[in-house]
Design a binder for this molecule. Structure first.
Ligand code: MV4
Length: 450
């Protein structure tokens, strides 16, 4: 095992990785921008190195400054967290070139999943169910029209370099295709510098189900069950849970088996190692692969708390070359967990709400965990993602986790900024949510302010 870890991230995830690493006897190095000097993830680290001014491109995306901080401090490994450089294959390669361990998948696996159309083709060849769609990128409007005719309308045109909902547009009829195709290729070109797009059947109200993967560098790879992340707004997840109501209490066992088998086959097709997530859409009794994410996800705690696995601990041991000693049979569900992303934003209008945390008093209680990036007295700045904390609540059953969540959200006191806690309370008290009737359009119809 290496002895010193540099954490190339900020906020709650940098803090959490630090806690786990120090708990394993490692020394931790935080890197921080001028905006973050006072935050807990910096104060709690064994060493901290300033890497630049507030804008992410000058600090948390500044590869040269991060590698220099590792050199200066003698760190032997870098954990990228999520976002920022976490899915950047060139950064993973630059770490390897500098003699550093990148805590994540091999750069070759990252390269195989980067192009979403290529990823579809690769996993489909491995027998994984994918959304009916084009075999490859569609080079012009005529091919897009031909593919859509074959698939059936409505179709979704997606940027091959996209992901996470960026660069998608629906075509409901041939008449709409020319405009949608142009719009999608233009946006892909602007956002990613690559205009390739592909076509899929459009599911109007799917559920978003994802499967956690853990694999070591010796060919042992397992799944760690599913999470449901259907409650989102503009591709920002808001509430996540494990297990999905679709599969809780032994429901739909054949579909669950199909899902897990597909996730493992997809990860193996990419040559994956370390922690990753395979994303699926669920619609009308079927699951379909959409993409794989080469990182630890924000919502990993709901998996940790319902399987008992220490995902970050395993990421570090796997990166050091250790064997994953957990077998597939060892992975068992216990109880239910809900995660609420606490955003510094107006709970009705969704505008960002940066400012000083004059009061920050998190809830306590049985089954309540808080992963916070900030504490009382810190200031939330407008430079980064507005997520300030994650409230994760467990129970023996989903109903118990919901009851505990209501209590926890009601007693969570934050003053100085607005947060989306009132939105979370509307969600957990919503009858459809409580019944487990979820889809990716839930917030368009439910949990509205009175
Ligand atoms: C889809 C879809 C419907 N049909 N693909 C959005 C994020 C990206 N990973 C894939 N996404 C979607 N792909 C087909 N063929 C609907 C979505 C989608 C979505 C997916 C997961 C979570 C939230 C979402 C919100 C809106 C749309």
């Amino acid at each position: 095992m290496f002895q010193k870890l540099l954490i190339a991230n900020r906020g709650e995830i940098a803090r959490r990785i630090g806690v786990v690493a120090r708990g394993m006897g490692l020394k931790t190095v935080a890197v921080y921008s001028d905006a973050d000097a006072e935050l807990p993830f910096v104060k709690e680290a064994d060493e901290a190195v300033r890497i630049g001014p507030a804008p992410a491109k000058d600090s948390y995306l500044n590869t040269a400054a991060i590698l220099e901080a590792a050199r200066q401090t003698g760190a032997q490994a870098i954990h990228p967290g999520y976002g920022f450089l976490s899915e950047n294959g060139e950064f993973a390669q630059a770490c390897a070139d500098a003699g550093l361990i990148f805590v994540g998948p091999p750069p070759e696996a990252m390269a195989r999943m980067k192009d979403k159309s290529q990823a579809r083709r690769l996993v489909s060849a491995a027998g994984v169910p994918v959304v009916p769609g084009s075999e490859d990128v569609v080079p012009d409007v005529a091919s897009a029209l031909a593919e859509a005719e074959r698939i059936g309308y409505p179709v979704l045109v997606k940027a091959a370099s996209g992901g996470g909902g960026i660069g998608m547009a629906v075509a409901r009829s041939p008449a709409e295709m020319e405009k949608v195709y142009r719009q999608c290729t233009d946006r892909a070109k602007a956002a990613f510098g690559k205009e390739g797009v592909y076509v899929e059947r459009y599911f109007p109200a799917p559920r978003h189900i994802e499967v956690q993967i853990l694999g070591d560098q010796h060919g042992h790879l397992i799944h760690c069950l599913e999470r449901e992340c259907s409650i989102q707004r503009r591709h920002q997840k808001v509430v996540e849970e494990a297990p999905s109501v679709l599969f809780a209490d032994g429901r739909n066992p054949e579909l669950a088996q199909k899902l897990f088998t597909a996730a493992v086959a997809a990860a193996k097709a990419f040559g994956y190692a370390n922690a990753g997530t395979v994303e699926f859409l669920y619609s009308d009794g079927e699951v379909y692969f959409i993409e794989m994410n080469a990182r630890l996800q924000v919502e990993h705690p709901v998996t940790e708390l319902t399987t008992g696995l220490d995902l970050i601990g395993w990421q570090l041991r796997i990166a050091a070359g250790e064997r994953l000693t957990v077998t597939q049979e060892d992975v068992k569900r216990r109880g239910a967990a809900l995660e609420f992303r606490i955003y510094a934003e107006d709970p009705v209008k969704f505008f960002p709400s940066p400012g000083p945390l004059k009061v920050f008093q998190p809830p306590t209680g049985e089954g309540v965990r808080l992963d916070a990036g900030y504490g009382e007295g810190n200031t939330v700045t407008p430079h980064y993602d507005p997520m300030i904390a994650k409230l994760i609540v467990t129970g023996e059953t989903r109903a118990q986790a919901i009851e505990r969540s209501v209590a926890a959200l009601q007693t969570f006191r934050i003053e100085g900024i607005k947060t989306n806690i009132p939105l979370h309370l509307r969600i957990v008290q919503d009858a459809a949510f409580q019944a487990g009737e979820l889809d990716t359009h839930f917030l368009e119809h439910h949990a509205k302010p009175a």
